[in-house]
Design a protein around this ligand. Sequence first.
Ligand SMILES: C[C@@H]1O[C@@H](Oc2ccc([N+](=O)[O-])cc2)[C@@H](O)[C@H](O)[C@@H]1O
Length: 492
Amino acid sequence: MNPIILFVLCYLSYSPLGECSMINDNENVLIEAFDNEGKKFKPDWKDLDTRVLPEWYDKAKIGIFLHWGLYSVPGFRSEWFWNYWSDGNEAIVKYMNNNYPPGFTYQDFAPMFKAEFFEPNNFAELFFKAGAKYVVLTSKHHEGFTLFPSKRSFSWNVMDTGPHRDLVGDLSKAVKQKGLMFGVYHSLYEWYNPIYLEDRANNFTTHIFSENKLWPDLKQLVEDYEPSVIWADGDWEAYDTYWKSQEFLAWLYNDSPVKNEVVVNDRWGIGLYCKHGDFYNCYDRYNPGQLQNHKWENAFTLDLKSWGYRKNMDFNDVMSINKLLEEVVTTVSCGGNALINVGPTKEGTIAPIFQERLLELGEWLSVNGDAIYESSPWMSQNDSYSGTVWYTCKKTRYNGIQPTAKPRNDDTVTDIYAVFLEWPRKTNHAIVLADISNTLAHGKWTVTLLGNEEIPLRWETGKNGKTVISLPGMETVTSRHAWTLKFAKHRQ
Ligand SMILES: C[C@@H]1O[C@@H](Oc2ccc([N+](=O)[O-])cc2)[C@@H](O)[C@H](O)[C@@H]1O
């Protein structure tokens, strides 16, 4: 298209439609809308899907997920405790018989959930030090107990019983004060809510629960705490038409106080996973290992066996720092965010082993963060020669429309990062890469290790098309796990 016509279009569309710009990129003039200002979304997926992803979310890359609720009191098996118990799960029945008085019900756990040591500022400080940019707390899990004073969850919320304290409110304040974004997980269904069960018995032809409980609760959450993430779950028994998901999202995107920055996942009814939503979770612990064409998030938990706190968690059940870094690096290379879960205790503390993992991650990010935050996927995601080397890059212009897209060509890339998860001991302090060779052949490049940028590394591309980069001694480098090569292009 003629650049002059494009310029006029761009100029005309400037104000109400948000930022608009032209970039000249190898003769291709491009117009990009960077926000949703002035847009009104209809309550149907086709229109909702046109929403531009708020940039903060793609840039953030690292979030913390918290599963906290009454299941933290028995701290056994998982956050599905009540459901498994109701189904007669042997281990749980035995645990209850051995440790609680006869006739004890799940409801009796509520007053035991005291959160007496909960210091929201300490939580926020820990997550900040871990290098997280957002925090997602369970405002309500499938048990229905709310961590905020829901006006429709009489005596089944943190204000009326247990801690007698608004946990969502207190944590959201602390997290925001630390400069992190705050989000809420919310289970659409409640296992044993009688009005939900009534709708279900009516084959979801009635909407008593979704209209009188779910919707008003979600609105209360949005209005009172202004969350930047709504992480829906527990949607799988009914279609979006029952939950009124499209109506809710249209309200959220058009009229709510968080319409500009809020992002939601893809769990809004049967059959929608990986199809609709600002970002996709697909299934739990989703990590496809290849580039995706839509923003996505890898939600996983440091306790490999449960999202909620478990008193009998074993050392071997905890994800190692190397595995954690592998999850983070592989996810970000493929355009995803990592949402790392821990389950706080009923006392309101986080197990020291989780704290240690998170702090180790933070330490790693303080050295290697340039390869992660605000990065984009590069041409290759992992090197075709060294499979455990994962790439990211920084682009000249941050692409707000399709953040998971590859750069159009190498000219739009400033820095390339190659994170290697294993130190190449065998090759005597040299790492061999294939996919970077072509790029290095054009222009001038400096290669360094993040954390040791004062030492430019020698590199050479052989006739076989492989680039060999000489590394300093492993003992002399700053990073202790997973090392990042930075390829910086010299500006002309
Ligand atoms: C984050 C987790 O989300 C759900 O579990 C799921 C939901 C969806 C899938 N899935 O689509 O594969 C798997 C587990 C919850 O049931 C679970 O307790 C936890 O909160």
